[in-house]
Design a protein around this ligand. Sequence first.
Ligand code: ADP
Length: 507
Amino acid sequence: MTVPPRWRVLVANRGEIALRIMRACRDEGLETVAVYSDADRHAPFVRAADQAIRIGPPAPADSYLRIDALLAAAAESGADAVHPGYGFLSERAAFAQAVADAGLSFVGPSAAAIAAMGDKTSARRLMAAAGVPIVPGSADTLSDSDAAAAIAAGIGFPVLVKAVAGGGGKGMRVVRHPRELGAALTAASREAVKAFGDGRVYLEKYIERPRHVEIQILADHQRTIHVGERECSIQRRHQKLVEEAPSVAVTPALRERMGAAAIAAARAVGYRGAGTCEFLLGADGEFYFLEMNTRIQVEHPVTEAVYGVDLVREQLRIARGMPMSIPDGPVTPRGWAIECRITSEDPANGLLPSAGTITWIRAPAGPGVRWESGVESGSEVTLFYDSMLAKLIVHAADRPRAIDVMQRALAELVLVGVATNIPFHRRLLADLDFATGAIDIQFLERRADLLLPADDDATTTRLAIVAALLAEERRVSRRTGSPPVSTGDLNVARSAWRDTARRDALR
Ligand code: ADP
């Protein structure tokens, strides 16, 4: 057997996923190279790497999206491979190709597989040919509004206008009545030009109240397997906020059927590495292929928890020509895992991203808790990048207990300095409908109350302020030997802290 290469891996990403990938590299005995923009000079992921190279100013177009700058950094650092993470260039076929052309290994599928899945109408055609169920809709790009009207009438309203180059829910419009179709086509196309430089749109049947259930795929040079499902129905404007594994709606038999469809999808494009097939699952148990994400997903840790795998290490193994380390045979989930995405979205300001300095973070810990963060106390949060700061993942024996652990972990979590969606997560995890698992992708549209600021957010804020006060006191007294506030004030703060913590525990 040939000895797998001892690589130096350049991580073409930032934040929590860059750190996550570097940890996996270290676990595999591989060296790491960070690339960073000026805004990330002091970020934890930069310090975590063996080498770090500046690639440009803060704006992504001037740094993390610059293929030439990334390849120059790879040459300068002597990197053997590039891991793209998620977002940025991770699903850009041209990037995978440029990496290969530079004589480097790309930790991901081939450029051809990325391209085949990146165009939604071509992916739908390929999937239909491979026997994967797709949402009923137009086979091609729409030429004009008369053709669109005829197709829509054939599908039946409501229909969904979607961008061929779509991503992140952009260029999508729901149309409930024929007379709204023309305006929706124009609006979706205009949005798609702005977001992707490609205004082509097509039509799909709009499925009412489906769940978003996705299947994790792993493929090495011999086997293509599935590693179960994740339920990602808790979304706001088509952006996932909470994910779990397994799904309350998926029986072992359905898991095998969806798994087989996802494997067929991956094989149809000669897929290699880790990937995800997204499906809509109807209340009737019918499922439809949405798209394949040809990269690691944000929510991969919930799969790791219930299946006991390290998906990023598997990606690295496969890219190095090694077989995946997962034994043959059916995979069975153990227990339940939930992930909450902690974003710097301000509930008091229409959930728009907020910026500022994180003055203090207290990360949750204890049994069943995993904290994946790109930031630390002192980190600067800018508006240049995605608003996701960190992910909180819990794992317990079953769903009710996972909800308990998540509530405890959220109560322990303190993040001071920027507004976050932590209060939303606390309300959701305490919600009775969420507890029964009666969720679908329109759940948060119906329950907008969960997203808005509530009175009990004041409790969280108070807890955070007291925590920050105590932290500051410890820091200053360590430096100067004397506390910045009077002993009396500190006693009041400490008892307020204990009261709040106790009330949180009782809730
Ligand atoms: P994007 O690539 O922009 O993320 P997707 O095709 O993955 O687009 O769709 C994003 C989200 O939009 C899905 O998670 C789902 O919530 C919703 N969606 C997509 N297609 C449909 C459909 N045909 N019916 C109902 N909802 C849909």
